[in-house]
Design a protein around this ligand. Structure first.
Ligand code: GLN
Length: 232
């Protein structure tokens, strides 16, 4: 299971979200506190952020904890909307940049924390090992983010073992699902954080129940249950 983090709010530095907190994604890359699948996240990392309306990404297949270049530059990167992730590759998935979140369609940035059977995804017969998350991201982009809940419910029905925690942002909306793994929300005075696990011990972190969709906009945070008994 990977760990991911999203931000929507005032412009802040990327380092203040991803590197500086006591249990930041950098620390979660070697010592996550709530990870249920896998022990560490050493198979790469990605930070995506909106520069105005333009999504930009910096991804690597090396561990985040050892990236001194990113450590040097991150305090100078500022954004109002960020999607970042550290990766623990699922067995059989390639460790390469194309498999490293966040994924983008040019408008959205998207990360997947989990695993899903290739047979439940489009074109399951590919001869190459293709990362489940890469295909899942394409499927969600094709269906549109307004159908995110439907896509997750359908995949959850097709693959009962699937873990489908998604995090996506387009600069004005931050969306996340919980399906099989942890997610917490922190409402700050200057914005909202969604994260696989709290990056510090602030008592204001709230756990999001499983099988929910969370949406963050300038108007606030909403939660909706993903009812697995209802078809898409
Ligand atoms: N299945 C995805 C991958 O291999 C995500 C893994 C994860 O959440 N640890 O990258």
């Amino acid at each position: 299971m990977c760990r991911h983090l999203g931000w929507l709010g005032r412009e802040v530095t990327v380092s203040s979200l991803v590197l500086d907190p006591p249990h930041s994604l950098r620390v979660q890359s070697y010592a996550p506190r709530r990870q249920r699948h896998g022990m560490m996240n050493a198979d790469g990392w990605g930070v995506g952020f909106f520069d105005g309306a333009t999504p930009r990404r910096w991804r690597s297949t090396a561990p985040l904890w050892g990236d001194v270049s990113f450590d040097s530059v991150a305090p100078a990167l500022r954004s109002h909307c960020v999607v970042a992730s550290v990766r623990s590759a699922t067995v059989g998935m390639p460790i390469e940049i194309s498999a490293t979140a966040p994924f983008t369609d040019g408008r959205w940035l998207l990360a997947h924390n989990g695993a899903v059977d290739r047979a439940a995804l489009p074109n399951p017969a590919s001869a190459e090992p293709v990362c489940d998350s890469t295909i899942l991201a394409e499927l969600i982009f094709t269906r549109g983010l307004d159908a995110l809940g439907e896509v997750i419910r359908q995949l959850g029905a097709d693959d009962p073992n699937a873990r489908l925690n998604i995090l996506a942002a387009n600069g004005s909306r931050l969306l996340a699902t919980t399906w099989g793994d942890t997610l917490s929300v922190l409402r700050r005075d200057d914005g909202v954080v969604l994260a696989s696990e709290p990056y510090d011990d602030d008592p204001n972190w709230e756990d999001v129940p499983d099988r929910h969709v969370v949406e963050v906009t300038a108007d606030g945070v909403t939660f909706a249950e993903l009812d697995p008994t209802k078809g898409p």
